[in-house]
Design a protein around this ligand. Structure first.
Ligand SMILES: *Cc1c(COP(=O)(O)O)cnc(C)c1O
Length: 431
């Protein structure tokens, strides 16, 4: 599931000792395992081998150029949500002809940019956007390849901030209105109706909502193929990962001790249910995984600065903050917290692990039993490969962290730590 493990009491990423990396490059520091990314991509890809399919990695999960390059070389396409992401994909050697462009608020400049670079398809989220794309394409004398994003009104049973497939969410077109929209779109002069798309949410840990959504939309996709000659059906991303692996406990049975409802979705389980329901459509199937590919492949290393014992709580204050990793503050994201060097006694304490930012929401865990690490000790926040660095900011004027990619026993700096000069570089004096 991932390539982080303890060896003689020290945490390793593949063959690289993380304590050494933390000392050499300082913290906060993101470290990614290329082996984990490869294996997750390969597992997903091979589980779909019975289908004519294309993986469209969701760039927003982790958009570092080296990660994109690694995936581009494996043949991945890319699901982008801005022209900036398309720029990144191309800079990393990715093929625009394998890019799908999602998002509810594409601007004129972004649409022009994507048309110019001949992306695979726009995933359109409203009738107004469809008309806008038609108008821009017509001015450029081009035909815009388009899929309409259907909102299947399925409850993904995930955190409400990352649920996208219900009627009350801003995403997609209501299921009941989709057919009529294809009908009217078929008369637009500069639109080519190429596919249909859906994405019901992120971090889904049960296969049921996927089944429900596929069963609801597949007949519609078949009809659209017949009527409008669409070529593809993108079933979105959203496959959940395990955030709690009990790595530090040495417990190998984390999988079996979990109750059924807590078990994450496995790729085999996903493919077993989804593939047969899609095979008979005879459409190309697109998948847009983000978290599944990179989530477990990254950690955020940090150093404990202080310990503060209050009447109500004990705080362990670390040098990473919500500006480096916002998931806990934003949507109650869970990250395992483990020491880079296990202490011999394995003593634990119930604490809040908090960052240095002047916000009450700046915590990584509350009232959690963690290893009783001390000031000066290094820790890892596990499973930070997705929606970690990409959501980082310089809030509190903290420079962006560095990023490292490990390949066996080699560690490459794939992003330098931002300097203070770079942080203020684009600011100018007012006239
Ligand atoms: C964010 C997003 C994804 C990826 O979601 P994951 O949960 O990371 O797999 C896929 N498709 C669309 C349209 C998205 O917005």
């Amino acid at each position: 599931m991932h390539d982080f493990h303890y060896q003689d009491g020290s945490l390793y990423c593949e063959g690289v000792n993380l304590e050494s990396l933390a000392k050499e490059h300082a913290t906060p520091l993101y470290v990614y395992s290329s082996a984990t990314i490869h294996s997750h991509y390969d597992r997903l890809d091979s589980s779909l081998e019975e289908l004519d399919h294309q993986i469209e990695y969701a760039v927003k999960a982790n958009s570092n150029l080296s990660i994109l390059k690694l995936l581009a070389e494996k043949g991945s396409g890319f699901d982008i949500v801005s022209a900036g992401e398309l720029y990144r994909v191309m800079a990393a050697g990715g093929d625009p002809a394998k890019c799908t462009f999602a998002g509810v608020g594409k601007t004129r400049e972004e649409i022009k940019y994507a048309l110019k670079h001949q992306i695979y398809a726009f995933n359109v989220e409203s009738e107004a956007e469809l008309r806008f794309i038609d108008e821009i394409a017509s001015k450029m004398d081009l035909i815009a390849p388009v899929a309409i994003r259907v909102n299947p009104n399925v409850d993904a049973k995930t955190h409400k901030y990352i649920s996208t497939g219900k009627s009350e969410n801003k995403f997609g077109i209501e299921f009941e209105a989709v057919e009529a929209l294809y009908e009217s779109a078929s008369h637009f002069t500069n639109i080519h109706l190429k596919g249909i798309q859906m994405h019901i949410g992120s971090q889904l840990t049960s296969v049921k909502p996927f089944i429900e959504a596929v069963e609801k939309v597949a007949p519609l996709a078949a009809k659209l193929k017949e009527r409008h000659g669409i070529e593809f059906f993108s079933i979105g991303g959203g496959i959940g990962i395990v955030y709690d692996t009990s790595l530090d406990s040495g417990r190998e049975d984390w999988w079996t001790h979990k109750k059924d409802e807590d078990r994450p979705l496995t790729v085999n389980q996903y493919a077993k249910e989804v593939v047969p329901r899609l095979k008979k459509l005879g459409l190309k199937i697109l998948l847009e995984p983000g978290r599944f590919i990179v989530g477990n492949a990254g950690v955020l290393l940090s150093t404990c600065l202080y310990e503060k014992r209050g009447n109500a709580k004990t705080f362990k204050i670390v040098d990473a903050g919500m500006n480096d990793l916002i998931r806990p503050a934003l949507y109650e994201g869970y990250h395992e917290i483990v020491p880079l060097k296990q202490n011999k006694s394995h003593s634990h304490a119930i604490v809040d692990v908090v960052g240095p930012i002047c916000e009450t929401g700046d915590f990584f865990c509350q009232d959690r039993e963690v290893a009783n690490f001390k000031p000066g000790d290094h820790i890892a926040l596990m499973s930070c490969g997705a929606y970690g660095f990409t959501m980082a900011s310089t809030y509190n004027s903290r420079p962006l962290a560095a990023e490292i990619l490990v390949d066996q026993d080699q560690a490459s700096v794939i992003r330098r730590r931002q300097t203070y000069e770079e942080m203020i570089d684009s600011e100018r004096e007012a006239l």
